[in-house]
Design a protein around this ligand. Structure first.
Ligand code: GLN
Length: 448
């Protein structure tokens, strides 16, 4: 009831697309009865969770914030959702986001932008903006988002909370609406590392419905939190001294590194001259995958269908898709189709695959040598609403620090670091080796 009343009070933030009020209350009452009568309950009993509207929950609407899926109801639940429910969490509603998770500000939603609760003239970040604001503004305890190129870490940074993108394959993608399948990963928002760790514990692990979900065992994430250790950190000089990074923020990272050294940790700079290639490689590969993934929305199988009659089949597809998709999604389908087309494939797609491989190898070399890499999450604090909507390239370039972890498939987390003189928070990003979320969470816990 507390969260439901907050949601009603803060409706203008536009974080929720739908609230499952009756159902959430019924689950809460049922749990209450079970606890009072001494029956066992799951590890997330009573934890109130919001889910990004790209994650399927059986019997509930899922739209990916797109008109093309208006009125579509999930036929099954995502594995992550099944596991949350089995752990006795309470799912309170669907959260707003950029259409098909494409964006960095939540301004690409068919249901309007989400507002940053700390300053409603600013964006919350994206694409999981609703998921970030729901936790930031205390509309639910934790939330799920998806992170293809930063969509959990970047809004967490803009909103002053914690956002985790696990290793590619750590959490099943079954029931997650695909944007770019070799990058997509469900991520978790919370205010405390312990909360994020508890949710990861429940939803991670192998899944017969997703062949890319890793078979690896899940360690006890909470066990190591609070055991203080000294670490060997690296930072990437080409990231820290990049011209795009806000000067005040750069100073804050240098201060952090000095503080870490003075408390016994080692912090070493490493070169990473590939930094300017990662955003182009990311956008070539993700738009290519998106153009293929989104071909299923043809107006026949599900979602929006044009009302126009007597069209030839191809015209029917074109009309339905033109009406259903928003501008940014169309831009990406066109880009992706272009880079995959005969004659351009080798120049763009193959080249970007090569960049991905080199960047991954170089990053892994550094991660073998150090416990973790520390870097900014985003080069600036939250943008003003509308500030970058006319300049997609500027918007894409702001993803410079987040897309690296998705290209390489490694886990990364953003934790709050400081506040800018403009009043907005910003975070620091921690990256570790594949499947080393235990160390990632431990370090994050120590830094907070
Ligand atoms: N901002 C990035 C993009 O627009 C990341 C999106 C995401 O992680 N889903 O692609």
């Amino acid at each position: 009831r507390y969260y439901l009343s907050r949601i009603a009070q803060l409706k203008h933030l536009n974080a929720f697309l739908e609230v499952f009020e009756e159902e959430a209350l019924a689950r809460a009452r049922d749990l209450d009865t079970r606890i009072r009568s001494g029956q066992p309950v799951g590890p997330l009993a009573g934890v109130v969770v919001g889910i990004k509207d790209v994650i399927c929950y059986k019997g509930h609407n899922v739209s990916a914030a797109s008109n093309i899926l208006e009125g579509f109801t999930s036929l099954f639940s995502a594995t992550a959702v099944e596991r949350l429910l089995a752990a006795d969490a309470i799912i309170i509603g669907n959260l707003n986001c950029d259409e098909f998770a494409m964006g960095s500000t939540n301004e690409n939603s068919a249901y309007g932008p989400v507002l940053n609760a700390l300053d409603t003239t600013r964006v919350p970040g994206g694409s999981s903006g609703g998921s970030a604001v729901a936790v930031q503004a205390d509309l639910c305890h934790v939330s799920l988002g998806s992170d293809t190129g930063g969509s959990v870490r970047q809004p967490a940074d803009f909103c002053g909370i914690v956002g985790l993108k696990p290793t590619y394959g750590r959490i099943s993608r079954h029931g997650l609406i695909a944007y770019a399948s070799s990058f997509d990963q469900i991520g978790i928002f919370g205010k405390e590392i312990a909360d994020v760790a508890a949710v990861l514990q429940v939803i991670a692990g192998p899944d017969e419905f997703d062949s890319t979900a890793a078979q690896k065992e899940i360690p006890d994430y909470q066990q190591h939190l609070g055991h203080n250790k000294t670490f060997k950190f690296a930072y990437l000089r080409d990231a820290l001294y990049h011209e795009g990074l806000d000067a005040e923020m750069k100073d804050a990272y240098i201060d952090l590194f000095e503080n870490l050294v003075s408390t016994g940790h080692a912090v070493t700079g490493r070169g990473f001259e590939y930094i300017d290639y990662i955003v182009p490689a990311y956008y070539v590969l993700t738009t290519a995958e998106a153009s293929s993934n989104l071909s299923r929305y043809d107006g026949v199988k599900f979602g929006h269908r044009t009302l126009e009659r007597n069209l030839e089949l191809t015209d029917f597809y074109k009309k339905s898709r033109s009406e259903g998709f928003g501008k940014e999604v169309k831009r990406r389908i066109l880009l992706g189709t272009f880079v995959l087309s005969a004659g351009y494939y080798d120049a763009y797609y193959t080249k970007a695959q090569q960049v991905r491989r080199i960047v991954t190898e170089k990053l892994n070399e550094i991660l073998e040598e150090f416990d973790a890499i520390l870097m900014p999450t985003v080069p600036s604090t939250a943008f003003k609403l509308g500030e970058k909507t006319d300049d997609p390239i500027a918007m894409y370039l702001a993803d410079i620090y987040t897309v690296l972890a998705n290209l390489a498939g490694v886990p990364a987390i953003s934790v709050p670091l400081s506040r800018h003189s403009n009043g907005m928070p910003f975070g620091v990003q921690i990256i570790t080796k594949k499947f080393d979320e235990a160390a990632l969470l431990q370090i994050a816990h120590q830094l907070m």
